[in-house]
Design a protein around this ligand. Structure first.
Ligand SMILES: Nc1ncnc2c1ncn2[C@@H]1O[C@H](COP(=O)(O)OP(=O)(O)O)[C@@H](O)[C@H]1O
Ligand SMILES: [Mg+2]
Length: 282
């Protein structure tokens, strides 16, 4: 079963002169992590908002094509209904805190309370998610007093606790340091192991190469490349789209340009090590 199916989607904001999304088609299978990469302004966030149903219901504008989430056309749903199926996490952790909960525990319980779930069940689910996401160490703290990285972990925990199967995560680490980035990817790895379907917009290509099943490159509103991390990053065409490459891929391509013969282009550090070891043997 496919979790998200986008068919020939073209969308233009009301104030824009040209479409921001052009003939975008994309399928994300259940349990798959699809990474969306591409230059600033290429339409990644707009695509996330199309999956959310905010484009066009909230932003208005002209749209053609279809977005199906769990088989339902999001443009035919009422605004907010898609949120029952999809959890969203955005770039700025600060804006995702509800502002009504005095502690992290209450923040995680907030959405479940609104759904009218029994207090015992809420406590059980919040405790479990806090343990899994390692947020229990700040359970009694004010969410606003946490660091950006800690707030983003709480934001991820707060969507995870709601129990949806599909997540759209837009540049969760762009404001975070390397350690906090690793912490966030630990949670993303956990989500994957739980069988969640994830659409992730991310500029950190080392992590994309490690965790993504499918990579989609956007350029000026179009999908210009798609495939496994290896198919995309090892293809020299990738460099035309202002997309960074994983460092080891960059190094391997430079070695190749210097005339050093490589059997394959690595996209993760493990692959690089393996390739060098085999080269030494031969
Ligand atoms: N609310 C809006 N109204 C009009 N144009 C917008 C709006 N939001 C984004 N855009 C334009 O759409 C294009 C794609 O933006 P965006 O989806 O945010 O790209 P990305 O997330 O890849 O940086 C940009 O040219 C941007 O200026
Ligand atoms: Mg964006």
């Amino acid at each position: 079963m496919d979790s998200i199916v986008i068919k020939d989607l073209t969308y233009q904001y009301p104030t824009a002169e040209v479409p921001t999304l052009k003939n975008v088609s994309l399928t994300v299978k259940k349990g798959e992590l699809c990474a969306i990469v591409g230059a600033n302004g290429s339409g990644k966030t707009t695509l996330c908002n199309a999956i959310r149903g905010f484009v066009p219901i909230f932003y208005k504008g002209d749209i053609s094509g279809e977005v199906l989430v769990n088989g339902k056309n999001v443009q035919e749903e009422e605004l907010g209904t898609t949120a029952m199926d999809v959890g969203f996490v955005f770039q700025n952790p600060f804006t995702q805190i509800s502002g009504v909960a005095p502690t992290v525990f209450d923040e995680l319980a907030y959405g479940l309370c609104n759904m009218g779930i029994e207090p015992d069940e809420i406590r059980k689910r919040v405790e479990e998610i806090m343990k899994l996401t390692k947020t229990e160490e700040f359970r009694d703290r004010d969410p606003y007093q946490l660091s950006g990285g800690q707030q983003q972990r709480v934001a991820l925990a707060a969507v995870l606790v709601m129990g949806q199967d599909i997540f759209v995560i837009d540049e969760p680490t762009s404001q975070l340091d390397p350690q906090s980035t690793d912490d966030i990817f630990e949670i993303i790895k956990l989500m994957k192991s739980m069988g969640k379907t994830i659409v992730l917009v991310e500029h950190k290509m080392e992590q994309v190469a490690e965790y993504a099943d499918q990579v989609v490159v956007m350029d000026e509103g179009r999908i210009v490349m798609e495939g496994t991390p290896k198919e995309v990053f090892a293809n020299p065409k990738c460099r035309e789209y202002h997309t960074r490459l994983p460092q080891c891929t960059q190094i391997a391509l430079e070695l190749q340009e210097q005339g050093i013969d490589l059997d394959s282009i690595p996209v993760t550090v493990d692959e690089m090590i393996q390739m060098l070891q085999e080269k030494r043997k031969n």
